[in-house]
Design a protein around this ligand. Structure first.
Ligand code: HEM
Length: 495
């Protein structure tokens, strides 16, 4: 009897607390002009809505958008989150100075230091300035750098041609090729496609990028789960350790051959920066720990995004062979088969530019972008945004907004062309973000996408392997939105 009395008291207590929580939520929302949004459980907020559903996060977020409008509010664990689903609010949030911070993912920090992506304040400014400076010195965006990208595109093309007449998954090769471009910027070298230890590093990176939002979400929004076996953050940390071991080998190699008068790559430039600032106020900012995070950030942010966009590009071309045929026609008439494409050719290849933009739009590689954090109490579009709020730009919703894009779920590169066939750069299309946190690698990524795509299409065609069904447009939502694994049938083009 005592047991049943106790359990009925517990139930009453839970019901009472939940009612109090819901009323408090409603009252606060009303009083503070908080955006509307889904109700949440005490302490857990809306996490259960995301955990106990078979739907993807993208779909759940889209349903809330349809129900609550383009700006909605939810609690994830203890974090206050505002999701932005239209161009106007996203653009405003991305450029406003008080929304430029990031949330620290402390559960990742087995290793001290901070890089670019997740740092704030002076550390972020200085790391970002350093990377920009180095990209400029290295010639990114200029023809001098194109040779490094072109060399890699040639290696990738040759590797793919070995599968002439066969069906193959292109993911691993593309991933390796794209990360080789970053490796040549940071470490001054590339890694063969059969280099086992580099393959392991890439696999671990991929695992982290693909780690379900759930694993990351729980560790970020409910930090206590990091102590539980199902919390999942230990796997993420373990994967990072593999990268840092590789990074430490690169650092030792660079330190042993360091010559300040001969800067071979970004790591040399960083070691120079550390030496230059020894003993002054920047010595805390330029050190070995921050160097490892800054370079890790370039690998993480630069490899997965670009290779995923290329995978979307080939997937859309497989399903729209007439688009691939038109690209090849344009390549033949502008470049021919006797020379390789140059980045400067893009001015005469507006259709290729349009196809790449359409892949960035419909594939929406960075579907929920990287959340920003409000550094003080503020307002957005008439709603109050308290300090510490996480602002999530929902690019999925923005890039498929019916008011802005005609038949948004169709693959139609023509939407980026005017009547004369010239490429239109649309202001309201911001796959690389905007404002002071704008993607640092945009120029590099655009160059890579153009060169890799045109090199491959100049040399081979991809088609859906016989007896298989076309790959689905619905991707996997990890940190990026990535196509499900698919194979292509490779056929060498006659020269
Ligand atoms: C198709 C390829 C890419 C896409 C779609 C993409 C997209 C983005 C987006 C949406 C952001 C967040 C911007 C914001 O917070 O407002 C971002 C940030 C960033 N990206 Fe990229 N990116 C790509 C390639 C690259 C490459 C190649 C690199 C470097 C080599 C890179 C490095 C970074 C870094 C370091 C940040 C953080 C910037 C900061 O917090 O200050 N990205 N990217």
């Amino acid at each position: 009897m005592f047991a049943s009395l106790a359990s009925s008291n517990i139930v009453t207590c839970i019901v009472g607390m939940t009612t109090f929580w819901l009323l408090l939520g409603l009252f606060t929302r009303f009083r503070r002009r908080t955006p509307p949004g889904p109700w949440g459980f005490p302490l857990l907020g809306c996490l259960p809505h995301l955990i106990f559903t078979k739907k993807s996060i993208r779909t759940v977020f889209q349903n809330w958008y349809l129900k609550y409008g383009p700006i909605y509010n939810l609690k994830l664990g203890t974090a206050n989150v505002v999701v932005l689903c239209d161009y106007r609010s996203v653009k405003e949030a991305l450029v406003r100075p008080e929304f430029q911070d990031r949330a620290r993912l402390d559960f990742l920090l087995d290793r001290a230091g901070a890089g670019v992506v997740l740092s704030n304040g002076r550390v972020w400014q200085e790391q970002r300035r350093f990377v920009h400076q180095h990209f400029r010195d290295f010639g990114i965006g200029k023809s001098s750098f194109e040779d490094a990208v072109a060399t890699e595109a040639k290696c990738l093309t040759d590797a793919l041609l070995k599968f002439d007449g066969q069906s193959v998954s292109i993911e691993r090769l593309i991933n390796n090729a794209v990360s080789n471009v970053i490796a040549s910027v940071t470490f001054g070298r590339r890694f063969n496609y059969d280099d086992k230890s580099f393959q392991t590093v890439l696999e671990k990176f991929n695992e982290n990028m693909e780690a379900s939002m759930l694993r990351f979400g729980l560790s970020v929004f409910l930090p206590i789960t990091k102590y539980l076996p199902f919390g999942g953050s230990s796997g993420i940390r373990e994967n990072l350790r593999t990268y840092f071991n590789f990074h430490d080998d690169m650092t030792s190699e660079h330190k042993s051959k360091f010559d300040e008068s001969n800067t071979r790559d970004m790591m040399d430039a960083y070691l120079n920066e550390i030496k230059k600032n020894r003993g002054n106020s920047l010595s805390d900012i330029f050190n070995d720990d921050n160097m490892s995070w800054t370079i890790a950030d370039l690998f993480t942010a630069g490899t997965e995004t670009t290779s995923t966009t290329l995978l979307w590009a080939f997937l859309f071309l497989l399903k729209n062979p007439e688009v691939e045929a038109r690209i090849r026609e344009d390549l033949d008439s502008v470049i021919g088969r006797n020379r390789l494409p140059r980045y400067s050719d893009r001015q005469n290849l507006p259709y290729v530019e349009a196809v790449l933009s359409e892949c960035l739009r419909l594939g929406t590689t960075s579907g929920l972008s990287l959340p920003h954090v409000a550094s003080c109490d503020s307002t957005l579009e008439g709603f109050e945004v308290p300090k510490g709020t996480l602002l999530v730009p929902n690019f999925h919703a923005v890039f498929t907004d019916n008011d802005k894009w005609e038949r948004p779920h169709e693959f139609r590169p023509e939407r980026f062309l005017d009547k004369e066939g010239n490429f239109i750069k649309r202001e309201d299309f911001i796959p690389f973000g905007a404002g002071r946190r704008l993607c640092i690698g945009e120029q590099l990524a655009r160059m890579e996408l153009f060169i890799f795509l045109t090199y491959i299409l100049q040399h081979m065609t991809f088609s859906i392997p016989e007896g298989t069904t076309p790959p689905p447009d619905r991707g996997i939502d990890g940190f990026t939105h990535k196509p499900r694994p698919y194979n292509v049938f490779v056929k060498k083009c006659s020269v």
